[in-house]
Design a protein around this ligand. Structure first.
Ligand code: ADP
Ligand code: ASP
Ligand code: MG
Length: 425
């Protein structure tokens, strides 16, 4: 008998019908002879709605209280799902993250899992239960406060439990049939990927493909847990994310040269204007940002004007951290020494990802040609060994993604990119 961990995202449990449909699927897995642990997200757009509500009572809600509020979303779905399973005549018990042994650090709103002690889950399984765990939440080791793992964090809960329970596979059920060569909501001709390496999936996830969260893929790679991303609405095989290619029929799936195109419109750009062009300036800007516990993404320093000896430094960061970053820099204005700050949240990022880039010259040139043919202006560029990213105007993003997807021959003949649910929020 094997142990499987299944995770159902918000769109799969958006309403009572969805919960009952998912309950049937879970019972099938149990009937096939498996021990089943289920991680569930909040129903539909509950998390977004709770955040909106919090912002109506306070523009910058305290992290601890926001976590208390948001974890209520997953509590609702876990209890309803356990009820629906019991109604089908099977034993089920629901657990909060804390009860399931998800121990985190104490960074509210984006805590990291530091240990998983699933004793109660094991006991529940041994007693014949299906264990339902609230995703996205844990308890801090030092203060015993309730924490959340950052948006999309239920994916990480699922993989962390799979690792701690030594599961054979972690199945991520969502509203599309797997990982595609681009977001099916943007590119109708996106192709389903049968297998993708942890490395390429990490880059796609880090570049904004929210079908899997970056930290979840990191975790899966560290503990070598294969992930199967698939739809909870169809019975189709999805995408395998693992270290070694899978067999299909009697042949191995090949590693693609280009895995896909990702986009991200959740970031903003801050430009620090009029920075003295001397050693130590960048260090003090980014020390200020780091001390505020803000992660940045891309950085560019403009050429300084010889006449003034001043330069501008721009960087991108999650929009959600924009306010905090501006406040931190303003507070340190005299220490750092700059003229002014510019904040721009009308940007978007497009990334091309693929391990084949390392050995195929011309990929960068083709990428920029596709963007220029589509009339898209580039504001920032960054690259890694297996990724090229650019920042453009937000309004150009969809067009740019489609242009690059076509230029790299990724368009499918059929319209296989079905979106079954969700609002894309
Ligand atoms: P869930 O609620 O199941 O966690 P998410 O909304 O977090 O679902 O993730 C699924 C969504 O990810 C899809 O509906 C799709 O719009 C988006 N997405 C972005 N990039 C990709 C991609 N490359 N392949 C598949 N889906 C993608
Ligand atoms: N409900 C949380 C969110 O919307 C966590 C998750 O769905 O993974 O971000
Ligand atoms: Mg998700």
């Amino acid at each position: 008998m094997g142990l499987v961990v299944q995770k159902y995202g918000g769109s799969s449990v958006a309403d009572a019908e969805g919960i009952k449909r998912v309950a049937k699927r879970i019972v099938e897995a149990k009937k096939n002879g498996n021990d089943v642990v289920v991680v569930v997200s909040a129903m539909g757009d509950t998390t977004d709605e709770l955040i909106d509500l919090a912002e109506q009572v306070s523009p910058m809600p305290a992290g601890r209280e926001l976590d208390m509020l948001l974890t209520a979303g997953e509590r609702i779905s876990m209890a309803l799902l356990a009820m629906a399973i019991k109604n089908l005549g099977h034993k089920a018990q629901s657990f909060t993250g804390s009860q399931a042994g998800v121990i985190t650090d104490s960074v509210h709103n984006k805590a990291r899992i530091i240990d998983v002690t699933p004793g109660r889950i094991r006991t529940a399984l041994d007693e014949g239960n299906i264990a339902i765990v609230a995703g996205f939440q844990g308890v801090s080791q030092d203060k015993k406060d309730i924490t959340t793992l950052g948006r999309g964090g239920s994916d990480t809960t699922a993989v962390a439990l799979a690792a701690a329970l030594d599961a054979e596979v972690c199945e991520i059920y969502t509203d599309v049939d797997g990982v595609f060569t681009a977001d099916p909501r943007v590119v109708k001709k996106a192709k389903k990927i049968d297998w993708i390496s942890f490395e390429d999936m990490l880059e796609l996830a880090a570049s904004g493909s929210k079908v899997l969260l970056h930290r979840c893929v990191e975790y899966a790679r560290r503990y070598n847990i294969p992930i199967h991303v698939r739809s909870s609405f169809s019975g189709l095989q999805g995408t395998w994310v693992s270290s070694e290619p899978i067999e299909q029929g009697d042949k191995q799936v090949e590693q693609a040269i280009i895995s896909g195109v990702a986009h991200d419109t959740s970031e903003a750009k801050i430009t620090v204007v009029g920075v003295p062009d001397k050693p130590g300036e960048a260090a003090s800007i980014f020390r200020t940002i780091a001390d505020a516990e803000i992660n940045i993404d891309m950085v560019v320093q403009n050429v300084s004007a010889a006449s003034t000896g001043l330069t501008d430094i721009s960087f991108t960061l999650p929009k959600a951290e924009g306010r905090k970053a501006i406040d931190a820099l303003e507070k340190n204005r005299s220490g750092i020494g700059f003229d002014s700050l510019r904040y721009d949240d009308q940007i978007g990022k497009i990334s091309l990802v693929g391990a084949g880039m390392k050995t195929n010259p011309g990929v960068t040139a083709d990428f920029f040609t596709a963007l220029s043919d589509a009339g898209v202006n580039i504001e920032l560029i960054s690259t890694s060994e297996i990724r090229i990213s650019v920042v453009t105007r937000k309004d150009d993003v969809a067009e740019a993604v489609r242009a690059v997807h076509t230029a790299f021959g990724l368009d499918s003949e059929s319209d296989e990119a079905v979106v079954y649910g969700g609002t894309g929020r």
